[in-house]
Design a protein around this ligand. Sequence first.
Ligand SMILES: Nc1ncnc2c1ncn2[C@@H]1O[C@H](COP(=O)(O)OP(=O)(O)OP(=O)(O)O)[C@@H](O)[C@H]1O
Length: 234
Amino acid sequence: MTSIVTLENISKGFRDGESFHPVLKQVNLTLQQGQTIALTGPSGSGKSTLLNIIGGFETIDSGEMLIRQSDNMHSVAKWQDKQWSQYRRRSLGVIFQQFNLLTPLNVRDNIQFSLALNQLSWSPWCDELCHQLGLSTLLDRNVENLSGGQQQRVAIARALAHKPQLILADEPTGNLDQHAGMQVMQLLTDLAQQANSCILMVTHSEQCAEFMQHRWHVENQQIMVNPTNKKLQG
Ligand SMILES: Nc1ncnc2c1ncn2[C@@H]1O[C@H](COP(=O)(O)OP(=O)(O)OP(=O)(O)O)[C@@H](O)[C@H]1O
């Protein structure tokens, strides 16, 4: 197995005036290439915080984070903005509940914009993605005029177009009805497998969690790996 992100004894909390609220305390974990993980836990337990740390959107208070870049693990302790943005562009695909699509643009341009950030152009993989996601006939449509499920599929195509080593997803089916949500989960997991991408997905849905190989449960500032009989809360 190839590690792509390692957290060693990381802690994170937030200051609120005089008080300090710990969120994650001395957490250790490793994300492996191609692994799929559902991140569950009560509301406010720190799931999004963990995603934000791994995406470099939030700093850690202590501990160390290592990220695979060019076949080696690198400590991010001294990374500047340039290294973070390179990592986000090349190695990350992000799918959030709010699709964050570029609304004046059509489907093709939304996907192409993300490729262009990496000096990549449209490839047969992009055709395959669009085919499997049912977007081939929608490429010229303005994303504003698409349904919620269609927009979510564009967000998935955009996140996977450059075959990132890691996909961070926060409630990716939160805006969809159950049927559309399950379809999107199936496509997301199939396509991530084809791209050998790891998925770390926050979810409150038991059914969505079941699409992932592993479950990590955040509670009491700790992360339990593959807890048994852990029903979702929050
Ligand atoms: N930027 C911030 N400033 C202050 N406190 C924050 C900030 N971000 C998160 N928190 C606090 O950290 C805790 C964890 O928040 P987080 O959003 O990670 O939880 P969550 O598990 O994703 O919750 P939910 O399931 O409700 O989305 C909460 O108490 C939240 O209020």
